[in-house]
Design a protein. Sequence first.
Length: 367
Amino acid sequence: MTSSLDAMARMASGGNQNNQNKSKNKLHKIIVTEEEINDDDDDDDVSKSSTTDSDDEKEDRNNKDIIKTMERLTTPKIPAGLTQEYIFMPSRVRDTYLIATIRNLMYKGGRSKADIEQDRKNKTKKNRNGKNRNAHGHNNKNRSRKRGRNQYENDSDSDSDSDLDDEDEDNNTNNKKTRKAKSAIIFVSTCERCGYISQLLSELNVDCIPLHSLLSQNRRLASLGKFKSQLTRILVATDVASRGLDIPHVDLVINLELPRKPSDYIHRVGRTARAGRRGLALNFVSENDVALVKACEKASGREMIKNEFVNEEMAISYMGTCVKAGRLAKMKLMEVGFDELVKKQRLMKKRDRRERAKRAQRAEKKL
């Protein structure tokens, strides 16, 4: 009995072990199958996410392509008759180089018609006085020779100016002569700079008028009317005048400070060489503007040429007159109250920035 009981116990224990092993195998199979199912689900999620990511990437690429095409369509092209030139200089001597360019590249040095007529009247008076003195018995042969030379030089200058207007620019460059510009636009970066440059040039008897956002609407229209009717030769303006103006007789555009955006540069330069005419865009470049020059060249699709008609010696010769005129210009702007207007504008800009930042924060909180 004991042996039979032991045998039964062994058989029972063996059956239980077999049942336990079978149950373990079943559980293992179930667990394996669940893990496999989970792995399959993960693979499906990865494939779905990869497809969604690829779709998002495609949408981003399409949006970028659309933006690029829109920029190409919106940015105007540079006219065919436009030549781009640059003058490299230190950043502290921009004003003296500006005066040198106006005196050498503008017709009659940028002076107004009234000043030119007044000079002619003074010359005629001097010539008459000289003739009267010679009639009274004064033998001034040297003076008469000098006067004759001066008259010949003045006549030759006027004739050469008229001839240069009719000749081509290619012949002028070979002969180291420039075509004198009868009208020009000087672009600056800020309103404060615009007011200072216009006052500086007016102190030097240069016929100019300002155009910036600190002026009233009536004064802006008046300045534009004077420039369009050619009563004034030079317009000193900010980017307000870079768009929306159709003035066909602009011969020269001077970028006293290069813009930060290449699109603004193209709009500035497009004020000249309109309706099949020829024009010149002169850019003042300092040691800090090299990257801006490359960006402007890339946007325009052309390289800038170095200007050979304005050099360092010319700028140095106008250094003293520029300093004196700058002092007088600052004093007159202080008397008019221009500095207070500039301060108010700066405060308004700061307030606008703060309001924009607050609005952005509120919008982020709502989201």
